[in-house]
Design a protein around this ligand. Structure first.
Ligand code: NAD
Length: 293
């Protein structure tokens, strides 16, 4: 039997509609959510990502402030800009597009962002709060994955979840979110032994590796929920280039209960969650300022 295809584009579209409606209400009340987007250098992929983020911010009514800096920018200059943005009352979210050019001290830049404006959720304060189970700004990609999982299974208590990949931006926060939702969580990585066996005993598999077809279809437990975070560009025998995930979709779709496609699965949710984090940051800033109009 073929799996339910979890439509990330449609889910992201619904989420953006809700964000646009909330942003319109806030704007009427005099609070325009503001997102500062900082891009350093001319990496083509980063330019595309930043372009999508600012376009979608604009579409939902979020005010965006673009800062495009040359690749020669120093850590001190970037830290200086982030400090200015921290102080700006019009900016509720700060996004520094990664990766930064090699010469820049990325941890220093990210740790300079005010945790209340850290809409990517990468600051140690937010990472720590998430792991403590406290209110935190949650990284966008795992947050989007969680929403997609809940589309097909709202109650996750007791589910055996396997996160494949242990990066700070996807794997680790994903595991924290699943734990928060009462799953029994295993994190696998490049040194894990017998990944097929772990997959076969998992009710939920989140693959965030960055290798095409790393997860074979017959590793999937029948009926499992499969969330494919991977984005890999491959070239077919006929020379056509296309994007694929980490999971062998064509085979996994016949075993999974529900599965995300690539493209059209997790990707669209990531930016929608960034916009949501920005609106929430704006609301919290208003609460902190004592103005609850
Ligand atoms: P990363 O390179 O930082 O981490 C990859 C992880 O995979 C590592 O923890 C590594 O231990 C693990 N790994 C590598 N080979 C493995 C193997 N054979 N078996 C098991 N684990 C293995 O990557 P990342 O930043 O976490 O991104 C992962 C993938 O997700 C990439 O394809 C990236 O493009 C994609 N991504 C997508 C979105 C989105 O919005 N859809 C967002 C972020 C990342």
């Amino acid at each position: 039997m073929s799996a339910t295809i979890i439509d990330g584009r449609a889910a992201a579209g619904r989420l953006r509609q809700r964000i646009a409606a909330r942003t319109a209400e806030l704007t009427k009340e005099g609070l325009i959510p503001g997102l500062a987007v900082v891009l350093v250098g001319d990496d083509p992929a980063s330019q595309i990502y930043v372009g999508s983020k600012t376009r979608q911010a604009q579409e939902v009514g979020i005010h965006h402030f673009d800062h495009r800096l040359p690749a020669t920018t120093t850590t001190a200059q970037l830290v200086g800009l982030v400090k200015q943005l921290n102080e700006s009352p019009e900016v509720h979210g700060i996004l520094v597009q990664l990766p930064l050019p090699a010469g820049i001290n990325s941890p220093q830049v990210l740790s300079t962002i005010d945790p209340a404006k850290d809409v990517d959720g990468f600051h140690a304060c937010n990472v720590g709060r998430l792991s403590l189970g406290e209110e935190a700004i949650v990284p966008c990609t795992p947050q989007g994955c969680m929403m997609l999982i809940k589309e097909v299974q709202p109650d996750l208590a007791g589910q055996r979840a396997l996160v494949i990949g242990r990066s700070n931006i996807v794997g680790k926060p994903m595991a924290q979110l699943l734990l928060r939702n009462d799953c029994t969580v295993t994190i696998a990585h490049s040194r894990t032994r017998d990944l097929p066996a772990l997959c076969q005993e998992s009710d939920i598999v989140v693959a965030a590796i960055g290798r095409p077809k790393a997860i074979a279809g017959d590793w999937i437990r029948p009926g499992a929920i499969v969330i494919d975070v991977g984005i890999n560009r491959v070239t077919d025998d006929n020379g056509t280039s296309r994007l694929v995930g980490d999971v062998d979709f064509a085979n996994a779709v016949n075993r999974a209960g529900a599965i995300t496609p690539v493209p059209g699965g997790v990707g669209p949710m990531t930016i929608a969650c960034l916009l949501m984090n920005t609106v929430h940051a704006a609301i919290r800033a208003r609460l902190r300022s004592g103005n609850t109009v």
